[in-house]
Design a protein around this ligand. Structure first.
Ligand code: GLV
Ligand code: MN
Ligand code: MN
Ligand code: MN
Length: 394
């Protein structure tokens, strides 16, 4: 399965993946998913939010009380091969293992591919699972725009969906008894092949718009400038300092400079802050500190600062009963929290959710060096097979 998926959306120069929701590379990944589902004679379902499901139904065709696994196929800009696809490839492989053993499911087993998990195109992470579970207002989602100014509504319409129909699907959620997502571990926290998630730390995204005055880089004296780049530069350093003070992490990984000329003072700089930490208060304090520092830095330059929260996810403590059941099935695996967001975290507001992590020997993620050794991937499939087998028995 990897052989067909690996070249899709890969930049051969860097090895990084660019699979943004509803772009040709991601559509190719979706076609791959549907093909894998059809080859296994699974029942394919699309919800109104662009999420896809492939169901292995019991002999009586019943659809309720299902066990769902899966992950996502989209990527961050220049992402790794495993963040997302590992969960889906492993799910198909686990299903093959169960079939190979002659298991016939008493309850449906589903493989989900959630849309726009990374939020790399429209800015809100886990957009597909947020819409499905009612964690985002559909009207707000319709108005989200990509870098070219296309709205989510427009893109959904062009992909063959009715943008007015997006939103929570309580009927679908009611059919799912639990969700178990397998994912590559994204840091250096796991030193065994497979682990189980305890929690996802609080995390969010904030946008800072610095507006000044565009002007000529050669003819405009320093005292005449209203240069938004200067308070922006302060803000980046302030984010690092606020994170150190508050015991959090903070990142500015995306900016937009207008107009972006070497010989022009920018008229505006937009910067996105990602902040995360073990405690809600500490994350909130970090963001407040950065906002204050940005405003103080902007004043002498006569630059305005607008600030908006784009998304925030409070701490997710995964369902303890499900986690205990999984650790009992797997026996003695490490249980660890993560600083990465996942659809499992969003869905856990509506149903019992859990995660399996597969060791990442590089400790790198959201970058081409992200990796999982073949032997560890196999251990991941074996673990997922055992968990699905257990969960669909009783
Ligand atoms: C998504 O992977 C995130 O944690 O940002
Ligand atoms: Mn990711
Ligand atoms: Mn992911
Ligand atoms: Mn994620």
């Amino acid at each position: 399965m990897w052989a067909e998926l690996l070249p899709v959306g890969r930049d051969e120069a860097t090895g990084g993946y660019h699979r943004f929701a509803w772009t040709p590379a991601e559509l190719e990944c979706r076609a791959w998913f549907l093909d894998e589902a059809r080859r296994r004679d699974l029942d394919v379902e699309h919800d109104a939010n662009g999420n896809m499901f492939a169901w292995w139904l019991p002999a009586d065709g019943s659809r309720g009380d299902a066990v769902l696994t899966g992950s996502h196929l989209d990527s961050v800009p220049g992402g790794g091969a495993f963040d997302g696809p590992l969960g889906i490839v492993s799910a198909f492989a686990a299903l093959d293992d169960l079939r190979g053993r002659g298991v016939t499911p008493r309850r449906p087993i589903g493989i989900g591919a959630f849309a726009e998990e990374e939020g790399a195109r429209f800015g809100v992470a886990c957009l597909g699972s947020r819409l499905l579970s009612g964690a985002i207002d559909p009207a707000r989602a319709r108005g989200l725009t990509d870098a070219d100014g296309h709205t989510f509504a427009e893109v959904m319409h062009n992909a063959g969906f009715d943008p007015e129909a997006i939103g929570p699907d309580d009927g679908l959620l009611a059919r799912i008894s639990c969700y178990v997502e397998l994912h590559v571990e994204q840091g250096r926290a796991l030193d065994e092949p497979v682990g189980v998630a305890s929690a996802i730390v609080p995390h969010g995204r904030w946008r800072f718009d610095f507006a000044g005055e565009g002007n000529h880089a050669g003819t405009t004296g320093l005292s005449d400038r209203r240069d938004p780049m200067l308070p922006f530069a302060h803000m980046v350093i302030a984010a690092r300092e606020a994170a150190e003070r508050n015991g959090t992490v903070a990142t500015v990984g995306k900016i937009k400079v207008v107009p972006g000329g070497v010989n022009a003072i920018p008229s505006s700089v937009t910067a996105w802050l990602d902040a995360r930490g073990p405690l809600d208060d500490a994350v909130r304090r970090t963001v407040k500190d950065v906002d204050e520092a940005a405003r103080v830095a902007a004043r002498p330059h006569r630059v305005s600062v607008d600030f908006a929260e784009e998304s925030y996810t409070e701490i997710v403590d995964f369902n303890l009963a499900l986690r205990d059941r999984i650790t009992a099935t797997l026996g003695g695996v490490p249980v660890l929290p993560t600083g990465a967001g996942h659809d499992a975290g969003v869905l856990s507001a509506r149903l019992p959710a859990a995660m399996l992590f597969v060791r990442n020997p590089t400790g790198v993620s959201h970058a081409p060096a992200e990796f999982a050794e073949p032997a560890d991937r196999l251990a991941g499939v074996e673990a997922l097979t055992a968990v699905l087998d257990d969960l669909t028995r009783g």
